[in-house]
Design a protein around this ligand. Sequence first.
Ligand SMILES: NC(=O)CC[C@H](N)C(=O)O
Length: 397
Amino acid sequence: MSNTVNNTLPASLKLKTGQIFHGTSFGAPVNTFGEAVFTTSLVGYPESMTDPSYTGQILVFTQPLIGNYGVPGQDKDEFGLYKYFESDGIQVEGIIVNDYATEYSHWTAVESLSEWCIRHNVPAISGVDTRALTQILRDQGSTLAQICVGEESTIDNISALEFPNPNEENLVAKVSTKVPITYNPKGELKIAVIDCGVKQNILRCLASRGACVTVLPYNYDFNAVADQFDGVFVSNGPGSPVACVETIKNLKAAIDHLKKPIFGICMGNLLLGMAAGLQVYKLPFGNRGHNQPALNVDTGLCYITSQNHGYALNDTCMPKSWKRLFVNANDGSNEGIQHESKPIFSVQFHPEAKGGPQDTVYLFEEFLKHVRAQKVENEGFHASISDLQTSTVAAFA
Ligand SMILES: NC(=O)CC[C@H](N)C(=O)O
């Protein structure tokens, strides 16, 4: 199908550190700012761009040709989750590509990448030397930046520009659900999802394996409604984990007293790690792509994983009762932790993929296996006290 790029405005990416890249706008004619980061993923721009973890970021694709399979529609699956997107809209602040495909073709496509960006008021620039730009972002680290569209983009002066840092905001609060929402209500295992910006495919990975999934606001006191669920999942999410003070506090209490399995992904790994007593630090340029090697320190098996994170746990000194689960085989950064005696674990990579390889999707089964076993054990205990007391528990909400 042919594309409808009638937008030939000049546009530029201005880095706080002074470098400026000029190109042509193929998105919305608006200016924006964010943290410029790069991803090495070859495909999956609709999934990445709708992933709430990218809120506050300007995404640079190292894959030169972008847009050639268009953008799919908002179809939903049997659970009411978006089939092709990871949330209900574009989450990145803007995108930078080398070569925007002026024609697209795919059986799921309903519009071009340009049309989609314009509809969502998101700027996009093509014609940028993304190889040179990525080298800068790799050498100096992820950098605050502005996208300018129109005549002012041609002015090569950044001294008057402001570069607000999105990581100083609580970005999780922006994207987390405001009210509890349940998917697959008939599911046999009840999972409370702490929503820091959860991807749709994470919910699908749980629901399609028999879980009833209740998505809760990131700061919800889930320990107070512990009788309502069998396990806890802590999601991915944007920005710095340091902003999620209440989540860390709730997780700390859960680690000590909850007696229910906990599984975390990406932001979930950072928050669980902080609750366990670890510190986080910012990686120079992060790990974003679909080909990141994560080594299981117990088995020595290395998995190719999907990743997009800028922070990592400092695991050089593990707290008592905790051990490393995975490490990154490229840079040695932490890729997961595990409690030594309780069914509590988390990973820095994305086992749900979307996009990316599904080699680690088995972790959802591992988690639900623990949830099932613990439920049986806990119910045995409840049965023995049920003669003595009738428990009334408030529903979520
Ligand atoms: N995908 C995620 O959950 C990212 C976590 C966090 N915002 C980071 O950049 O490290």
